[in-house]
Write a protein that binds this ligand. Structure first.
Ligand code: ATP
Length: 240
């Protein structure tokens, strides 16, 4: 059975339909990379799965249970954790406080302050600094660490490399790769196709709210993803 099953999901912002009839599954241990250009609907889809955005239609099943109407805080308790775009740390609190607060709201499990710091060693010297004073890469590591502190079964990551210096992206991805190798289940929104293909077991490309390409990562080429990303297949059909 899949850990996550999304069925015919529709999500809107007012009259604008951002997610259109999206269906896919993620099994335990898989990493699905969700790719697509700006405005394709990736963030809306992730937020809807996390319970931060109310769907207009369709269903979300988690561990076989219909969670479509379950509020965000309760989804966190059953194991769905979102690392939002822009990180959204409590900037006036220290890194340690950010991590411990999340730990208090989540479940017990392998992720504790110590194991999170082992996974993201760059946070160790910054533990007592206010989160708002950290560099972009350190803040991203803290945001992922905060989600891990809830001991999620499914980690939703929205554009973890956005706005980071290349060296910070390297550090964050090194830790992510280790997490994925250790068996984490991840749904990852990423603009960088190369990075995404480097860590994902599966790939889905969104265009204008729809999934237009879904494959196992080993069965897809970078060219196919790039074409889907920019909607070139459709443009080519329209002109032929
Ligand atoms: P990006 O990479 O730019 O974040 P995305 O693929 O994550 O893009 P979304 O942010 O989900 O896409 O946006 C999908 C569509 O919904 C876009 O047309 C966007 O303008 C619109 N949209 C997103 N958030 C809102 C909002 N709060 N109010 C109105 N429209 C929105």
């Amino acid at each position: 059975m899949s850990l996550l099953a999304v069925e015919q999901l529709d999500a809107r912002h007012g009259l604008l339909q951002a997610v259109r009839g999206v269906t896919f599954t993620v099994a335990a241990g898989e990493t699905l990379a969700l790719l697509g250009a700006n405005g394709a609907g990736k963030t809306t889809l992730l937020r809807t799965i996390a319970g931060a955005h109310r769907p207009f239609g369709g269903r979300i099943l988690f561990d076989g249970v219909d969670v479509t109407a379950v509020p965000a805080y309760a989804r966190l308790r059953i194991g769905i954790a979102l690392v939002p775009e822009g990180r959204r740390l409590f900037t006036g609190m220290t890194v340690k406080e950010n991590l411990l607060v999340a730990g208090a709201y989540g479940n017990s499990g392998p992720w504790t302050l110590d194991t999170v710091l082992d996974a993201f060693p760059l946070l160790r010297p910054r533990l007592n600094n206010r989160a708002g004073t950290l560099s972009g890469g350190e803040q991203q590591a803290a945001a992922i660490g905060r989600a891990l502190m809830t001991n999620p079964k499914l980690l939703l990551l929205d554009e973890v490399s956005l706005g980071l210096a290349p060296i910070a992206v390297e550090a964050v991805y090194r830790s992510l790769e280790a997490l994925i190798k250790a068996g984490a289940t991840v749904l990852l929104v990423e603009q960088d196709i190369g990075r995404a293909l480097g860590v994902a077991t599966h790939v889905a490309c969104m265009l204008e709210g729809r999934i237009i390409l879904a494959r196992s990562a080993k069965d897809v080429t970078r060219e196919q993803v790039t074409e889907a990303y920019f909607g070139l297949q459709r443009a080519r059909r329209a002109t032929s």
